[in-house]
Design a protein around this ligand. Structure first.
Ligand code: MN
Length: 234
């Protein structure tokens, strides 16, 4: 078989302590999964079913600096209000349709921490015009993510501090236990709409404190006991 244009290298994330890569198939992101963030965005956090948007698979990447330099993420075009959203990232090792809640965590390969970078001004415009969020959320390099860690190392984290610093100052802080929809519930819910596959990632929503990044902002984010991620906006 030949192809008309060069076949792209599959997007992937590194695995902590391993030379093996995790291939990224699709990236499903949950909106408003912490009550305090839903409120800060002007929404009612109570009992709204989870909703989803997607990023392109190649929007997700692990920022790496050349030897002796810190990793950088470019400030994207077409925005004057780039926001950070720190999120627990779930990497699926198995797929399925109509996954039973009791079986949902069995599909998880591992976890990491990612930042759902958002062109907030474009998102606000899309919301007001009832248009899709794709270009507000799914731009190039909009999903910096840590190396992944397998369930055999970190278990299934359902409690623990999730946080993000900008220039050494705490901006976002929450607890995984405050998620409105658990990882298992998210998997079950999504699998009723589409067939989940190995390699799919879930960005599971962000706690309160989202805010703007500027060129030169130094971001450090983490989930205690799971992973950390650092990069500078260039
Ligand atoms: Mn988000």
């Amino acid at each position: 078989m030949t192809y008309a244009v060069p076949v792209p290298t599959p997007p992937s994330l590194p695995i902590s302590g391993s030379d093996t890569l995790f291939p990224v198939r699709r990236v499903f992101c949950v909106g408003r999964n912490y009550g305090d963030h839903a409120r800060e965005m002007g929404a009612d956090p109570n009992r709204e079913p989870p909703f989803f948007f997607l990023k392109p698979a190649d929007a997700v990447f692990a920022p790496e600096g050349a030897r002796g330099t810190s990793p950088t993420v470019p400030y994207p075009p077409q925005t004057a209000d780039l926001h950070h959203e720190v999120e627990l990232v779930v990497a699926l090792g198995q797929g399925g349709t109509r996954i039973d809640p009791a079986d949902a965590l069995g599909t998880v390969w591992g976890y990491g921490v990612g930042v759902d970078l958002t062109r907030r001004d474009l998102q606000a415009e899309a919301k007001s015009l009832r248009r899709p969020w794709d270009l507000a959320k799914g731009f190039d390099l909009s999903g910096p993510c840590s190396a992944l860690r397998p369930v055999s190392e970190v278990g299934h984290p359902d409690r623990g501090r999730i946080w993000l610093d900008v220039d050494g100052k705490l901006r976002q802080e929450g607890d995984l236990g405050d998620q409105i929809w658990t990882v298992a519930e998210i998997i079950t819910h999504l699998s009723r709409s589409i067939t989940l596959c190995p390699g799919d990632l879930l960005f599971t929503g962000t706690p309160a404190g989202v805010g703007a990044l500027a060129r030169g902002s130094s971001v450090t984010a983490g989930i205690d006991g799971v992973a950390e991620l650092s990069f500078t906006i260039a």
